[in-house]
Design a binder for this molecule. Structure first.
Ligand SMILES: [Zn+2]
Length: 152
């Protein structure tokens, strides 16, 4: 039984905080020895399941992957192809909450998430469980190219 009740992609405050907590927990597992910028993401799917991901860097820098796409890959591999919301938490270790920036998804991740966005997918970018910004993915990726573009 999921702890999330997905209704038109709107979450209660407690659900948002739960999702952000999962992102922060995933952040702790990040492999970021080069940038030391650790990112965690928690992806809520329309069936109520949550998949997490963290950034994984590589000595060949370009081979690394973002937390958001890591979470999306897990979701798709488990059969979830409709995303309702994602929480992202990214900062360097030891950075005080008030000194943390907001780690918005990069352009590639916005495009990647758009492929599986269920309607108005929400993006929560957090400094902490209670300090976050909420956006629609469609705002972050205005006029995004998606599966429907290939139908015409
Ligand atoms: Zn990214």
């Amino acid at each position: 039984m999921s702890e999330f009740q997905v209704r038109n992609n709107e979450l209660s405050e407690l659900e948002v905080q739960t999702l952000i907590a999962a992102a922060i927990a995933a952040r702790d597992k990040a492999y970021a020895p080069y940038s030391e910028f650790k990112v965690g993401a928690a992806l809520l799917c329309s069936d109520g399941r949550v998949f997490s991901g963290c950034n994984v860097e590589n000595a060949a820098y370009g081979a690394g992957i973002c937390a958001e796409r890591g979470a999306a890959m897990q979701a798709v591999a488990e059969g979830a192809q409709e995303f309702s919301a994602i929480a992202v938490a990214g900062w360097k270790d030891g950075r005080a909450e008030q000194d943390r920036g907001l780690a918005y998804p990069c352009g590639i991740c916005r495009q990647f998430l758009n492929e599986f966005s269920a309607g108005h997918m929400k993006v929560y970018v957090a400094r902490s469980i209670t300090d976050y910004e909420k956006n629609d993915l469609s705002t972050l990726l205005l006029h995004g190219f998606g599966p429907k573009n290939l139908e015409v």
